[in-house]
Design a protein around this ligand. Sequence first.
Ligand SMILES: Nc1ncnc2c1ncn2[C@@H]1O[C@H](COP(=O)(O)OP(=O)(O)O)[C@@H](O)[C@H]1O
Ligand SMILES: [Mg+2]
Length: 270
Amino acid sequence: MSRVIGVVSIKGGVGKTTTAVNLATVLANDFHKKVLLVDANYYAPNLNFHLGILDPINTLNDVFQNKIKIFDAVYKHNLNFHFIASSLISRKVDPMKLRNQIKSIRSFYEVIILDSSPSLNEEMLSVMLSSDELVVLTTPDYATLSTTLKAVRVAKQKNIPINGLILNKVRKHKCELSLADIEQATGVHVLGVLPDEAKTIDAQHSLTPISQYHPNAEISVEYKKIAATLINEKYDDTRFLSNLKSIFSKKVEKHEINRELFKTRRFLKK
Ligand SMILES: Nc1ncnc2c1ncn2[C@@H]1O[C@H](COP(=O)(O)OP(=O)(O)O)[C@@H](O)[C@H]1O
Ligand SMILES: [Mg+2]
């Protein structure tokens, strides 16, 4: 059965597109899933730039205008997943259009990842209405937290399950909000903590997702752990140093516990 996962937040620059790209990449390459990644940020699309596709020919825009069928907009990326790009749309798009298109294509994939717009508008609504479940991107600062609270509220109003928060660009500075603060304020568990990693920007400049550009970086391994959680699979971190560290440290991080609880809950629901 296919799963449609929306990657959302009501703020730009928090890492939605980077996360959507990397989740698609690790799901396809490390977990061998049939994956479709869709740029649903169709008023300001940019996902294609992360993937080295600078000028996509067939896009979601053409599909919405009934110029082509959704299958003709699918780009087969050499990173083993399929991708649908967007091109600038200047008029309003009915939020049901994306939902209907995703419905018609979902049986061909195991996981569909939707990258969302940062605006609380019909773009985000279309992602919410098309998704079975959401992950909400956030960063550990008050300004982002206030928008995260709003995103969580909207998802709850629309009855769309939130798998969890992904806390991005974490520097472990004293002034940052803690995971506990964020969980308490939002009432949603954190499923992943991604470090602020300069190599992410290098990777983007090389038009390669960080999880391929630097597969052993902390951030890449965390993407693999988050992906494993979302699809209820196991991921073993085989890096020598991190295994050595875990032998000497008894501390289990809260988000690691959350991941295990998430998998158990999913398993019990089956
Ligand atoms: N963990 C990270 N560490 C450092 N830079 C990051 C990280 N995640 C994303 N970025 C960078 O932040 C910028 C915004 O990310 P992006 O994914 O486009 O955000 P959004 O889609 O939410 O607007 C990009 O330049 C991206 O490379
Ligand atoms: Mg984006």
